[in-house]
Design a protein. Structure first.
Length: 230
């Protein structure tokens, strides 16, 4: 498949999502624009178009699923710029592997599984960097989708710091379970691990967070609020 995916016409309106692939991964460029909506296209036809490297299919897939990837990546990484880069990498990997998709109706799960792997790798790289230097989150992600006052933003900052202390897999499982509201089975499938491993990671993350929050009671209310998100 061509490593350069370009569709010419009217640009897709996806705010703040850059159109170049991360230089650390490849020199490929993903610049997606579309002439008219193909929302009426069924998923089987869409997948056939992707396999054939049809420009309209690549653009429509981006329109349908890029926002989902960016939102999930931003919640997990706590960084919009990292989420944008992750989205580019997810689509590059997906387009390179779409011929292996045997069940077109699973396209969304197929894309999501790539998103989970890319985010997990990003968390691992961040953990390695943290051994060398302490890095503050570049921006706070409002995991509750609401407007935060000063006190809430401070609580969220402290919560992000606790998340950064978790192992990459534990953090990802916790976010997918509590923020993305995925089932244990869905997480296991997306991360390509066993259900028992998901349960162990979730228990470990919850236990560690609870222990750390004993010294910061104000965070207890925030975690309960996050658990209520559906």
């Amino acid at each position: 498949m061509n490593r350069y995916f370009v569709v010419t016409a009217t640009a897709i309106r996806l705010p703040n999502v850059r159109t170049s692939m991360p230089s650390s991964r490849s020199q490929a460029s993903l610049s997606l624009v579309v002439g008219q909506s193909r929302r009426d296209t069924n998923v089987e036809e869409l997948v056939r178009g992707l396999i054939a490297s049809e420009v309209w299919a690549i653009a429509e897939t981006w329109n349908r699923f890029a926002p989902m990837v960016v939102v999930m990546a931003e919640r997990c990484l706590g960084s919009r710029s990292e989420a944008d880069d992750a989205c580019q990498e997810v689509f590059y990997r997906m387009l390179s592997r779409v011929k292996t998709l045997r069940e077109p109706e699973r396209l969304r799960s197929f894309i999501y599984s790539f998103a989970v792997r890319v985010v997990r790798n990003a968390l691992r790289r961040r953990k390695l960097r943290a051994w060398l230097s302490f890095e503050e989150p570049e921006a706070l992600v409002d995991l509750t989708w609401g407007t935060l006052d000063v006190e809430s933003r401070d609580l969220l900052r402290r919560f992000h710091r606790l998340l950064d202390r978790l192992a990459p897999r534990d953090r990802l499982v916790f976010i997918l379970r509590r923020i993305e509201s995925m089932t244990v089975e869905e997480i296991a499938l997306a991360m390509d691990i066993s259900v028992s491993t998901v349960k162990r990671s979730m228990a470990h993350a919850s236990e560690r967070l609870s222990s750390w929050m004993q010294a910061d009671p104000g965070l207890a209310g925030l975690v309960e609020q996050l658990r209520g998100v559906r």
